[in-house]
Design a protein around this ligand. Structure first.
Ligand code: E4P
Ligand code: PEP
Ligand code: MN
Length: 446
């Protein structure tokens, strides 16, 4: 069947809100269609080129951000801290891992959540689950949990403001490599990770002094003056995504973000999400869970990347630490046999969610690290390239995942557990992951 912006409507669809009034939704869709785009075609083309380099083994992708952005946690400080920790992680991977790094935030549009259960029960009261701020409210009341289309417009506006700030923060000044020492977050200062980073930043600073002393002014290198931080989210709400499509030279771009991914719960071949995303020019990610077979992966490649273009398709594996090596190896082998170049990214978060004694969702730092190590080991065995990591993280000093250099315990979780949905690595844990990944990259070369 031929693709059209609306062809997804002919397919079954999962994880969608049921809006009480379709006319209100229609009005919101029309309004979104008339809005300016959040990103531009040329940026998407540039990202695809960057991802093609990663697919060929000449770069590494760092993708990260909140599990769910929210209306209430929105502030300049929150965004700046997220950018800051991503800059710290990227420079760590570049310097210690000696690898060019492409950065994508789960930012400026990550508002919709697929859920394991349709209903949530507390003290015998059962209400529809919270599905992200672009769908309904997190408060446990019947009123808040009714899906409201106006929230799509609110999330569009918050994304636009976030985008504006991201562009300002990454264009120059703050993101210039000359500021490498200033990126060290206050929350980490004095701690083991802050110190480790500080020492590395000092060495980078000295290298820049040396280059300038050789007569090469740093200002002459655009790539050291600022950086590119692309945006991404799960393309879950297809009414929103369709309204953000724009046609350019006969091709369709989803201008709600640079990079879009299909979640583990909505990647069925004959369903609406795969249908919608097969028609857009953006690079596409697909989450790949523990039950995925090599046949599933193979069929997804045929459907989403029929022209076999490196940089188009990104598989984000999230199989869980247990048995990860064997599962991943069989997937990598199949793709290698097909002769295709896809980007393989490790999401060590979503297969490792457990319940703490308090009942809170958490993830153990050691499981996160173990899945990343299995990912690298399996790539080494097959001869394929470990293209990147995908993390749920924040620049704030939250207590949502246990373990790490500060050895957070189950009891510590209650101190600052702020997530809207899944537990995030805090700033120090995120940087610790970056140092460990840098080590893996170095070993791979060595
Ligand atoms: O972020 C991913 C999913 O939306 C999330 O893990 C689902 O959480 P749940 O299992 O609590 O519904
Ligand atoms: C929903 C998510 O993940 P998954 O589809 O892998 O469960 C996510 O990344 O927020
Ligand atoms: Mn999540």
């Amino acid at each position: 069947m031929t693709w059209s912006p609306e062809s997804w409507k002919n397919f079954p669809i999962k994880q969608q809100p049921t809006y009480p009034d379709q006319d209100v939704l229609g009005g919101v869709r029309a309004k979104l269609e008339s809005m300016p785009p959040l990103v531009f075609e040329d940026e998407i083309v540039k990202l695809r080129k960057g991802l093609a380099e990663v697919a060929e083994g000449r770069g590494f992708l760092l993708q990260g951000g909140d599990c769910a952005e929210s209306f209430s946690e929105f502030s300049e400080e929150h965004i700046q801290q997220m950018v800051q920790v991503m800059l710290q992680m990227a420079v760590t991977l570049t310097y210690a891992g000696q690898c060019h790094v492409l950065k994508i935030g789960r930012m400026a549009g990550q508002f919709a959540k697929p859920r394991s259960a349709d209903m949530e029960e507390i003290d015998g009261v059962s209400l529809p689950s919270y599905r992200g701020d672009s769908v309904n409210g997190i408060e446990f009341t019947a009123e808040a949990r009714v899906p409201d289309p106006q929230r799509l417009l609110d999330s569009y506006h918050q994304s636009a403001v976030t985008m504006n700030l991201l562009r300002a923060l990454t264009r120059g000044g703050f993101a210039s490599l000359r500021n490498v020492k200033e990126w060290n977050l206050a929350a980490m200062a004095g701690g083991p990770l802050g110190e480790k980073y500080g020492e590395m930043a000092e060495r980078i600073h000295e290298s820049l002094d040396f280059i300038e002393a050789c007569g090469l002014p740093i200002e002459a290198f655009a790539s050291l003056q600022g950086t590119a931080l692309y945006t991404s989210h799960e393309a879950l709400l297809l009414d929103y995504e369709e309204a953000m499509l724009r046609e350019h030279e006969g091709k369709w771009y989803d201008l709600s973000a640079h990079f879009l991914w299909i979640g583990e719960r909505t990647r069925q071949l004959d369903h609406a999400h795969v249908e919608f995303l097969r028609g857009v020019e953006n690079p596409i990610g697909v989450k790949v869970g523990p039950a995925a077979t090599a046949d599933d992966v193979s069929a997804l490649m045929d459907k989403l990347d029929p022209d076999k273009e490196p940089g188009k398709l990104v598989f984000i594996t999230r199989v869980g630490a247990e048995g990860a090596y064997e599962k991943l190896k069989s997937l990598f082998e199949r793709v290698e046999l097909s002769g295709r170049k896809v980007v393989w990214v490790c999401d060590p978060m979503h297969g490792n969610t457990v319940k703490a004694s308090s009942g809170l969702k958490t993830r153990k730092f050691e499981s996160v690290v173990s899945e990343i190590q299995a990912f690298f080991k399996a790539h080494k065995a097959v001869g394929t390239w470990p293209g990147g990591v995908h993390l749920e993280m924040t620049g704030r000093n939250v207590t949502e995942c246990t373990g790490g250099a500060y050895a957070l315990s189950d009891e510590d979780l209650l101190e600052c557990y702020d997530t809207q949905c899944d537990p995030r690595l805090n700033a120090a844990q995120s940087l610790e992951v970056a140092f460990l990944v840098a080590e893996e990259l170095k070993n791979l070369r060595g």
